[in-house]
Structure formats: structure tokens, C-alpha cells
Ligand binder design. Structure first.
Ligand code: C2E
Ligand code: MG
Ligand code: MG
Ligand code: MG
Length: 288
């Protein structure tokens, strides 16, 4: 009788969880298996010097193809992986895969890798980065870690210590999504960033919206004053690019300059030959 009751209680609990919580629980479990099941891959998005159009690097972006759900965007599964702890394993897979890939390229382009708050606050993180560089043979100066302001605020002294260790390796750090977090200005002073990435929400219609243009000009002035190059994310049109060029923005990234794609799509730069199985990816490569 007690057993039956226990069973009922369990079932009741499950039913009361709600579809959303249940779905999340399942996703957490799936994420724990996803590296071993080879469900992740990286796509690469060009970063270009705006004045010349010259390619300077790629940002690596993770993609997850779930056997039943299909493609799940990182904006959906990264927060789940962060809360449930599997981000440590996933983040290490991303870093290793991106560094190994970049080490094989013909041109010494920069590889930018996103780092989550959980990774940054692991006291072992800089040692992990060092180990991956040694293992893959990538020169430290070619790696750039992208960190959002939100990732810094959980434990600022810890984050600062980690950033200093990373920089001592010769790895660069970029502030990602600048303008969307908290207390941007004091963070720029307190943390040793090498680059500012203006969030794409400030680039959208920057050529036509006076208010947004004022903000972008101010960030560019900030970068100049601090001696930090500024990268504009989310450049989608020629007019946005022209505005950024006229305002001396250093680097651009966005669909207009190139969509994220499998590395084989950039063979002329990297020397990576096209896969002979002709694997097609969902992310097409845009205009260059
Ligand atoms: P993020 O680091 O700011 O990456 C830029 C996002 O903007 C990417 O979305 C990219 O595909 C998208 N994007 C690029 N150009 C344009 C454009 O012209 N217009 C628009 N509307 N979007 C553009 P994605 O790949 O879906 O990634 C979303 C976020 O997920 C990333 O934002 C990053 O925070 C996170 N993420 C992606 N890959 C990783 C990873 O390997 N590790 C971690 N921890 N986070 C990742
Ligand atoms: Mg990024
Ligand atoms: Mg960003
Ligand atoms: Mg973002």
C-alpha cells in the first residue's frame, strides 16, 4: 500500500511539474549526452576590417542538432547548460574544437570563442585554456575569448583574476554584447579587455536612427580614448556598413559581411578543403 502511494505521489509530482519544467529536465539530460553523441558542431562567422574589407578572424558559434528536436539555437540551450552544469564539458569541447580547427588554417586569422560565466568562474579555467593551446598547437595570440558583462558580475574579483591569468598566456579578451549589460563603463576600466564588441541591437538601422547613431558614436569615442578597437556586431546592410566606415569603426561582423557557415565554406582563406561528402549546413554563407 505504501508502495502504491509512493508511486502515486511520484506521478503526482511529475504531473504538477508542468510541461515547461519537464521539457527543461529532459533537455538537461540530453545536453549531458550531446558531446559524447557528437551532436554539436561549430559554424564560423567572418570578422572583417571595415576600412579595407580584409578578413581578420572568425567567431566560432555552436550548433546543436538534436536527433528528435532538430536544430536547437544556442540562445535556448546555453542557459540550460549553464544552470545544469553541462556547460563545463560543452565549453571545453567548443574551445578544443575551435583551437584545433584554427591551428590547421593557412592564414593566421584570429579565432574568437564565446565563454560562459560558469566557465569564467571556474578557478581552473585559465589552466584549461593553457592546456588546450598546448594540445592543439594554436599560438596564444590567435585566440580571443568573448566574455559578456553579465558573466563578470557574479564574482568580480574572481573574474578579474581569471582574465589576468588568461592575458598572461597571451590570449586576448573581448567584451561581448557591449551596451546590453550593467555598468558598462566601470567594467571597461576595471577589466583588462582588448576589444569592445558593440551589440547588434545598436547597429540595426544605425544609418537611419539618430539616437542609435549617437550611442554608437559615443562607444567608438570610448574605444578610441581607451585605445581599444571596436567591433560592430550584426551588420546587415551596406548603409550600416557605410555609416560605420565613416565613423572609423575598426571591425565589422554580420550577415552583410558573411553569415556563419561550416569552415569548408571559407576554404580560400583557411586552406581547408571542401568535404568530399558534400555535407550541406543550414547556415548559408552570405556575400563577402
Ligand atoms: P554572440 O556571441 O553575441 O553571437 C552573435 C550572434 O549573432 C550569433 O547568434 C550570430 O549568428 C548572430 N548574428 C551574426 N550576424 C548577425 C546579423 O547580421 N544579424 C542578426 N540578427 N544576427 C546575427 P547565435 O549563433 O544564435 O548565438 C547566440 C548567442 O549564443 C551568442 O551571442 C552567444 O552568446 C551564445 N553562443 C553561441 N555559441 C556559443 C558557444 O560556443 N559558447 C557559449 N558559451 N555561448 C555561445
Ligand atoms: Mg560572441
Ligand atoms: Mg555578441
Ligand atoms: Mg549576443
Amino acid at each position: 500500500r505504501a508502495k502504491a502511494e509512493g508511486k502515486d505521489t511520484f506521478r503526482y509530482f511529475e504531473a504538477s511539474m508542468g510541461a515547461e519544467a519537464r521539457d527543461r529536465r529532459i533537455m538537461e539530460q540530453d545536453l549531458r549526452q550531446a558531446v559524447a553523441r557528437d551532436e554539436f558542431r561549430l559554424v564560423y562567422q567572418p570578422q572583417k576590417e571595415i576600412s579595407s574589407g580584409r578578413m581578420v578572424g572568425f567567431e566560432a558559434l555552436i550548433r546543436w542538432r538534436h536527433p528528435e528536436r532538430g536544430d536547437v539555437p544556442p540562445s535556448v540551450f546555453i542557459p540550460v547548460a549553464e544552470d545544469s552544469g553541462s556547460i563545463a564539458q560543452i565549453g571545453e569541447w567548443v574551445l578544443t574544437t575551435a583551437c584545433k580547427e584554427a591551428a590547421s588554417w593557412r592564414n593566421p586569422l584570429t579565432i574568437a570563442v564565446n565563454v560562459s560565466a560558469v566557465q569564467l568562474h571556474n578557478p581552473d579555467f585559465s589552466r584549461k585554456v593553457h592546456e588546450v593551446l598546448l594540445r592543439t598547437g594554436l599560438a596564444a595570440g590567435r585566440l580571443e575569448l568573448e566574455i559578456t558583462e553579465t558573466a563578470l558580475i557574479k564574482d568580480m574579483p574572481r573574474a578579474l583574476a581569471t582574465l589576468r591569468q588568461i592575458k598572461a598566456l597571451g590570449v586576448r579578451v573581448a567584451m561581448d554584447d557591449f551596451g546590453t549589460g550593467y555598468s558598462s563603463l566601470s567594467n571597461l576600466r576595471a577589466f583588462p579587455f582588448d576589444k569592445i564588441k558593440i551589440d547588434g541591437s545598436f547597429i540595426k538601422s544605425v544609418d537611419r536612427n539618430g539616437q542609435v547613431a549617437t550611442i554608437v558614436r559615443a562607444v567608438l569615442g570610448l574605444g578610441r580614448g581607451l585605445g581599444l578597437p571596436v567591433l560592430a556586431e550584426g551588420v546587415e546592410t551596406l548603409d550600416e556598413l557605410r555609416f560605420l566606415d565613416a565613423e572609423d569603426c575598426d571591425i565589422g561582423q554580420g550577415y552583410y559581411l558573411g553569415r556563419p557557415g561550416p569552415i569548408e565554406a571559407f576554404g580560400e582563406l583557411t586552406g581547408v578543403p571542401a568535404a568530399d561528402d558534400g555535407v550541406k549546413e543550414d547556415d548559408a554563407v552570405g556575400a563577402t
